[in-house]
Design a binder for this molecule. Sequence first.
Ligand code: GLA
Length: 777
Amino acid sequence: MIQANETTFRLDTANSTYLFRKTKYGHLEHIYYGTLLADFDDVDVLAQKRTIQVGSSVLYDESDSVYSLDSICLEWSDNGRGDYRQSPTELKMPDGSFVSDFIYVGYKIVENCVTMKTLPTAYGEAETLIVTLKDTTNELYVDLYYSVFAEANVITRRAVLRNETDVMITIRRMMSMALDLPDENFQMYTLDGGWIKEANIHKHPISYGIVTNSSTTGASSNRHNPAFLLAEANANEEYGNVYAFNLVYSGNHYSAVEKNERDYVRILMGINPHCFDWKLASKEQFETPECVMTYSNRGLNGMSHQFHNFINNNIVRGNWKKKERPILLNNWEAHFFDFNEHKLLQLAKQAKELGVELFVLDDGWFGERNTDKAGLGDYTVNTKKLPQGMKAFASKIKALGLDFGLWFEPEMVNSDSELYRAHPDYAVKLPSKQAVLGRNQFVLDLCQEEVRDYIVKQVGSILDEANISYVKWDMNRHIAEAFSTAIENQGEFYHRYIIGLYEVLERIFCPRPHILLESCSSGGNRFDLGMLCFSPQIWSSDDTDPIERLKIQAGLSYFYPLSTMGAHVSQSPHQQTLRDTPLATRFHVASFGCLGYELDLKYLSPEEKKDITEQIAFYKQYRNVFQYGKFSRMKTYKSNKVMWQCISEDRKTALTGLFQTLATAAESSDKLNVTGLEKGKYAVHTRPQRLYIERFGGLMKHVLPVELNPDGMILHVANRHYSLRDCIESYICSDNALRAGIPLCEQFIGTGYNEKIRMLGDFGSNLYIAEKINEED
Ligand code: GLA
């Protein structure tokens, strides 16, 4: 709910209040962001008290010794009038200076969200407050948009700059929002990494000075995801104040958290000012991306639950909103570029037998794309690989009872391609230099209308020709040498590229709403809310090693729901880490996401095929809980354990994964903790899982009546057809007992073996199902 008058503005969500007011000089003073206030709470009581002059400060008005912009919590601030913190704007004003002074001129409240011309926004039931500020000297206006998503406990903010002067001005920095909070000894959590190590969480103490989180690669990037949070000192997964922020944007982003000498913490978020320079002509306006904010006093999990709901309800849109995602098989790691129709159909047939629902043909099906050195840009079917074309091939996949999906990398071109030979000018490059390569490719210049039209036509015609229900949209290099022949001012390149990208995605996918779009950028190089406005799921990482995924998926889970994370079971030893992990663990980790498989099924043993068939059947049974249940990172008291949990919407079912990273000798016992269930009686059991006997080598002699050569043929053959069952536990208990924690059976420590010993070892895991039972039972 929004309550406003000419002086105070109060924005309430179900559990939070956001409050600011106009000062007597017309600046917007931030008063409060936190737990929901009472109706009678008064702004003067909550405001920072200004009762003394701060030394070494610049006064805004010489008659007012306590009013210095540097020591006020503000909603928006300027350069050059006494506030020395980072400003949300840097505008070259008509007089050539960088001094601005935006003060209040009015407000309005509108129902719903207000869409933008150039960028996607959150949508759904909301109220929007628009507060207009005007520069005291020039006809320049800033409209601050606040959309309140009450149920979701989310407030979004963005700013629009309007140039009503008669001259062009230059924008060197225009943030989406600025917010000043009193310090709580914050820790800032960011998601950082690179290729195959995306979204690892890092904590930064907020001390005096500035901590930034930004990208310069042209995308939201695998280096630093735009999302971050501020947690009060000592907050943990369950307790404490947490403020979280994200940006509906896929390009270069910038956030800064700055603590000043008055112990106020300024938060800025928006487009990265790095290499940014925008000419705003008279009567034009500049839209900034929407910043999404949430506050929780229930710790990190509480914050995550709010963002998860918000993304499922107010960011992801179209036919796939809240819809269960299909279990897919992607042929990339099975074949790379080396396939033909026979190989593909064999793979698809086996996938179908295991219960897979969607077959995805990855890179290599078009042009001369037989290595990553050629073919990008030419989306005509390679008839050596698919002799009867895409339509016929898609029909064959459909005839097997599978849906069909296709990979594209539409934003890129290889120099060895028909497209590049015909249109070298479509590539991003400087007129004066040989362009640098990344993964042997150039970026197509989406600032050019002709390039955008080409992509829309090429991709669109393949989608219409064949029966395609899923697209993987890849983007495999960072932008360099940003330059477009389509624009005069190259400081506009990065932002115009992203506006072009959104236009292309909208033109291709809005008319084809049945298609499930999974975006990808060498894995999670563009995992952001902007892409999620078009693609309901994103390939989280090229790294499918489950132990690495424990970090990657946990990192993403702070800000993004499991329904958005593509997660696949792949081969072991793993292609990037060489780590050998049990099939059960690969499945357990991938099931906390949108499950897929990505390996050559023909090499599976009969026992592994049975295993995967059971995994898929299990996942189908609980898919909704995994994808849309309430996900929490559970506390564990040991550093070699990770515990994740999903609770169904009706709170009657809990799925808990308990993962062991490295085994320790004589490991002490573990507990299964489950929180958030409805009151009542629960049946708890372990998901049955196979133990492959080859893993135990010579140790098998302890459980078999005969001695076997640990490297011998017999053990190898037996391993293909025979397995042991890991310890299955089952209990009846209350929700409270589960909350307190059920002690689990001991782990194997070398002193004996029986069916009540859990066999985890390095990288082992168990999955537990807790389901409510009728009291009469
Ligand atoms: C990227 C993707 C992979 C795969 C390859 C194909 O690396 O992240 O999943 O599609 O491209 O070239």
